[in-house]
Write a protein that binds this ligand. Structure first.
Ligand code: SAH
Length: 220
């Protein structure tokens, strides 16, 4: 990948990307900072070359190892929900995958910590984030169900893989008032939950139904 690939052409051009963000607004995304960042971020570099021409379709796409790059609407929706209570300094992401969601968040919050259990995906994501000069991201190869305890006190945590139940470690690593956005459930369709930490307790709100790959234990 070279800096030239960032520009794109035809199906990966900025015009195609403009159509994608127009669709996001039609679908109900209202946070203009999120729209703006998705307009600027070249989603096609987060896919293998053979799939790059499909990058701006409104669909999830394979990134290898049985994993997927989330649909643009879901990336926008989760990012918007994460930011809805004001600016965030420190965000943890579980499931770096392609690094696209990471790249979007890195342009909207102070610092992103992102963990991934599949080393090969993490390596590719790192190269892409460097190409985009996003230096406020730290990546770690680990089982994300455990979070990133040394950095705990996150204003936001976002999970892009679905566990059967909410991992307690993640709630524990939220700062006071911090927000955890996580798909939960074992079926093909899961509930996207917004959990807000309030002292020793927390509040849960169901946002919508979504389809994510499962959160798995151990590392590869
Ligand atoms: N945000 C990603 C979505 C990738 S799919 C993107 O925009 O491309 C979900 C990712 O979560 C996969 O890469 C998968 O390997 C990872 N994952 C699943 N369980 C995990 C766990 N316990 N810890 C860390 N990553 C995990």
């Amino acid at each position: 990948m070279t800096p030239n690939d960032l520009l794109g052409s035809g199906m990966t051009s900025s015009r195609t990307r403009e159509r994608m963000v127009n669709r996001l607004m039609e679908q109900g995304i209202t946070d203009l900072s999120v729209i703006d960042v998705m307009r600027r971020t070249p989603r096609h570099i987060f896919l293998d070359e053979a799939l790059a021409h499909r990058a701006y379709e409104d669909t999830a796409l394979p990134i290898g190892h049985g994993q997927t790059l989330s649909q643009p609407y879901i990336v926008a929706r989760m990012t918007e929900a994460l930011l809805a209570d004001g600016p965030l300094k420190k965000v943890l992401e579980i499931g770096t995958g392609s690094g696209y969601q990471t790249a979007v968040m890195a342009q909207l919050v102070g610092q992103v910590f992102s963990v991934e259990r599949i080393r090969a995906l993490q390596d590719k994501a790192r190269t892409r984030l460097q190409l985009l000069k996003l230096h406020n991201v730290r990546l770690r190869h680990t089982d994300g169900g455990l979070g990133w305890p040394e950095e705990a006190g996150f204003d936001g945590i976002i999970a892009t893989a679905a566990p059967l139940g909410v991992p307690k470690a993640l709630i524990a690593q939220l700062a006071e008032g911090g927000r955890l956005i996580i798909p939960v459930g074992g079926g093909e369709v899961q509930d996207l939950l917004l959990i807000t930490r309030r002292g020793d307790s927390h509040e849960t709100r169901m946002l919508e139904q979504v389809r994510f790959v499962p959160m798995l234990g151990g590392v590869l």
